[in-house]
Ligand binder design. Sequence first.
Ligand code: PLP
Length: 297
Amino acid sequence: MALVNLYSDTQTRPSSAMRKAMAEAEVGDEQRFEDPQVTELCSRVAARRGMEAPLSLPSGTMCNEIAFRLHIRPGGDEAILHRTSHPIIAEAGGPAAFAGAMMQPLDTPKGMFTGEDVRGALRRPGDRYMPRSRLVSVKQTTNMSGGCVWPLEQLRGVVAVAQEHGLRLHMDGARLMKAVVASGVPAAEMTRGFDTAWLDFTKGLGAPLGACLAGSSELIEEAWRYKQMLGGALRQAGIVAAGALYALDHNVERLAEDHANARALAQGLWEIEGVTIDPREIETNIVIFEVDDRDGV
Ligand SMILES: *Cc1c(COP(=O)(O)O)cnc(C)c1O
């Protein structure tokens, strides 16, 4: 019997062609900017993302941690983000430990919020009793809230309110390419106005590790310090970057197949009695449903 693994898109594996590209990659010392694959990967991400300078990192978690450290100043700065966001639920408390961030979790529907929600969460400037509103963080797609794609207008609304109040903006783009494939909106449009944004090469893209954090040259220069601090500065990282480049070249368009499969799965689940799901809500590759536990399932 063939087994289909639906556990997570984190379980995609390097194909033999990707492994071959990795094995044959020309490499150098990444810390000295001498690795041609890492250089190529960064310039490719810069071109796609409309941001000046990207930084290659081993994981998406490190992208979030470094970004929070860049934006949050010691002394009671607060980040506004959804309660189901990765930095709140899955980074071992890193934003508190590493950046000293105060978190204000939002409980808005589907893991998304609006500019007005941000406005409602703002602290009074100059009020010494309150933390200082400093950062807004969004995740595209929404992961634990069902892989929803933030509509461009809604992102623009959040950017507008954040900018009006001098807040920094961060996009957790672990699944950014899925949002791009599902909506047809280019990544550079989605990340416009954001100070930092990143994408992961492991989520459904087949690379064994690797992520890229982008921002202004000034922010990324500072980010290099934290990369060094965390031990994220590598040596012959081209082996890894070659896998990420292979993923960008060969595995992005085919994400559409995952989305179609997810819809087919949701449709099938909807037909089973005792399963609660609305197949019309499936936009990308994440399928979340509820099962009556009357049969002890
Ligand atoms: C997976 C994920 C991360 C962390 O990425 P890793 O590469 O696993 O460290 C961050 N944010 C979201 C939304 C994710 O799904």
